[in-house]
Design a protein around this ligand. Structure first.
Ligand SMILES: *Cc1c(COP(=O)(O)O)cnc(C)c1O
Length: 398
C-alpha cells in the first residue's frame, strides 16, 4: 500500500507553488491543489531540533553523514553537499576544468540554472535540440554542436527521465570532453544497465529545493568518483580553504556554497523516507495516466523504454497544438488547481536572446514542446480524488 496515510498524518509542509510558493493557497486554502508539496514530519522536526541543541550548525557531523548516505543511494563512490543544485553545477563545471572561452554543449529544454552555471565561468552554453519522446538532449544533435572549443557535455535528465548517457559517454571519449550531469530532477532514476542516475562516475548534480524528490529546503549534492575532484569541490564550496589549513588560510579562489548541518540533518531523514516518497510519486503518475488516457490529443510523459526507469519529479503534459495554454492555466486556477507552463526554452529567454542572438526556429523540437507543455499538480501525498479533479477540469478546459 502507498505511504499515503502516513504521509498525510505527518505532513507539515506548506504548499509549494515552486518559486511562487503559495500564490493561490492564501485565497482558497482548503480546496486548492498545489503544484508540489513536500513530505515533512516529526522525524524531520526532531532531527532539526537535535542540531539546534548541539550548537554545531555548520561543518558538523551531519555533513559527512549525509554525503555518505547520499553517495550510497546513487551508487557513487563519493558525494559533496552544497548549498543548491545551481551551486553544485557551478563547482562541478569548475572541477572538470571549464575555463573562460570554453563551450559546453547542453539542452535548451531545462531549468535556466544549467545554462547559467556555464556562464558563471565565462564559458558559453551551446544548445542542441532534444529528443521528441524523452525530451532529453539528443546525442546526435549534441555531436553536431561540438567544436574545437567544446570542453564539456552537460546533459540534463529532464523530468527525471534518464538521459542517454552511453551515447554521451561515447561522444565524450571520441572528442575528449568532460561530462557533468544535471541530475537535479532525477533522484531515483535508473539507467538501462542498472546504474542509478548519478552513479556513472562523472560529476552528477542533484537539487533539494522543496519541490524535488528529496528536500532540505535549499540544497544540492554532487555525486562523483574522483577524490581529487571532490577535494577541489570541498575546498571551493568553503572559501578555497584546504582541509588541513587554518580557518583564515586560503590557497585558491573559493565561494560560500556550504550546506548547513540543519539542512544535512533534514536530508538524512528524507533519505530514509525516499523509497516511500518515490513509489508514491510513481503511483500518482499511474493514476494520472489512467485519468488522462481518454483526452484526445493530449500527450503524456513518455513511458519507461529500453530498460531506463524514470525517477518521477513532475507530471508534465503537452497540450494539443493550437490550444490556448494560458486559457487552460486560468481555467485550472479558477478551480483552485495550480499549473505552470514548464519549461520555457532557455535560448528564447530575453537574456539569452540578447546575449547570444538566439531566435525562434533554431531548436524546433524544443520550441514545440516548450510552447505546449504544462506541469500539473504532482506530489507524493496527492490523492486519487485530487488527480480525478485535475483530470476533470483539464478535460473540460480542452
Ligand atoms: C532544480 C533544478 C536546478 C537547480 O536547483 P536549485 O537547487 O534550485 O539551485 C538545476 N537544474 C534543473 C534541471 C533543476 O530542475
Amino acid at each position: 500500500m502507498r505511504e499515503l496515510e502516513r504521509s498525510r498524518r505527518e505532513f507539515v509542509g506548506a504548499d509549494q507553488g515552486w518559486s511562487e510558493a503559495g500564490v493561490n493557497s492564501a485565497t482558497t486554502p482548503q480546496v486548492s491543489i498545489p503544484l508540489a508539496r513536500p513530505i515533512l514530519g516529526e522525524a524531520e522536526e526532531q532531527a532539526v531540533i537535535e542540531v539546534l541543541r548541539s550548537g554545531v550548525l555548520s561543518l558538523g557531523p551531519r555533513l559527512a553523514a549525509f554525503e555518505q548516505a547520499f553517495a550510497e543511494q546513487v551508487h557513487a563512490p563519493l558525494a559533496s553537499a552544497v548549498s543548491s543544485g545551481t551551486a553544485g553545477l557551478h563547482l562541478a563545471l569548475r572541477a572538470v576544468g571549464l575555463e573562460q572561452g570554453d563551450e559546453v554543449v547542453t539542452s535548451p529544454f531545462s531549468f535556466v540554472a544549467s545554462a547559467n552555471a556555464v556562464l558563471y565561468e565565462g564559458a558559453r552554453p551551446v544548445f542542441a535540440d532534444i529528443d521528441p519522446i524523452t525530451l532529453n538532449l539528443d546525442p546526435q544533435a549534441a555531436a553536431a554542436a561540438v567544436t574545437e572549443r567544446t570542453r564539456a557535455l552537460l546533459p540534463v535528465h529532464i523530468f527525471g527521465y534518464p538521459a542517454d548517457m552511453p551515447a554521451f559517454e561515447g561522444l565524450a571519449q571520441r572528442q575528449q570532453l568532460a561530462i557533468v550531469e544535471d541530475a537535479c530532477e532525477a533522484l531515483g532514476a535508473t539507467h538501462a544497465d542498472g546504474t542509478p542516475v548519478g552513479g556513472r562516475g562523472h560529476p552528477a548534480v542533484f537539487g533539494f529545493y522543496a519541490n524535488k524528490q528529496l528536500t532540505t529546503g535549499e540544497g544540492g549534492m554532487i555525486a562523483l568518483a574522483d577524490p581529487l575532484l571532490k577535494e577541489r569541490i570541498d575546498s571551493e564550496r568553503n572559501q578555497g580553504r584546504a582541509p588541513d589549513m587554518g580557518w583564515l588560510d586560503h590557497d585558491r579562489l573559493g565561494f560560500n556554497y556550504r550546506l548547513s548541518d540543519i539542512a544535512c540533518a533534514l536530508g538524512l531523514v528524507q533519505l530514509e523516507r525516499l523509497p516511500g516518497m518515490l513509489s508514491d510519486r510513481a503511483a500518482v503518475a499511474s493514476l494520472y495516466r489512467q485519468a488522462l488516457a481518454g483526452i484526445e490529443g493530449l500527450e503524456l510523459p513518455c513511458s519507461d523504454r529500453g530498460g531506463d526507469v524514470r525517477g518521477w519529479f513532475v507530471f508534465v503534459v503537452q497540450l494539443p497544438r493550437g490550444v490556448d495554454r494560458d486559457g487552460v492555466v486560468h481555467r485550472l486556477a479558477a478551480s483552485s488547481i495550480q499549473s505552470k507552463p514548464y519549461l520555457p526554452a532557455i535560448h528564447l529567454m530575453s537574456f539569452y536572446r540578447e546575449r547570444f542572438g538566439h531566435r525562434e526556429g533554431q531548436f524546433p523540437v524544443c520550441e514545440d514542446v516548450a510552447a505546449r507543455s504544462l506541469a500539473l499538480p504532482f506530489f507524493p501525498s496527492m490523492t486519487e480524488g485530487e488527480v480525478a479533479r485535475v483530470a476533470a477540469v483539464l478535460s473540460d478546459a480542452l
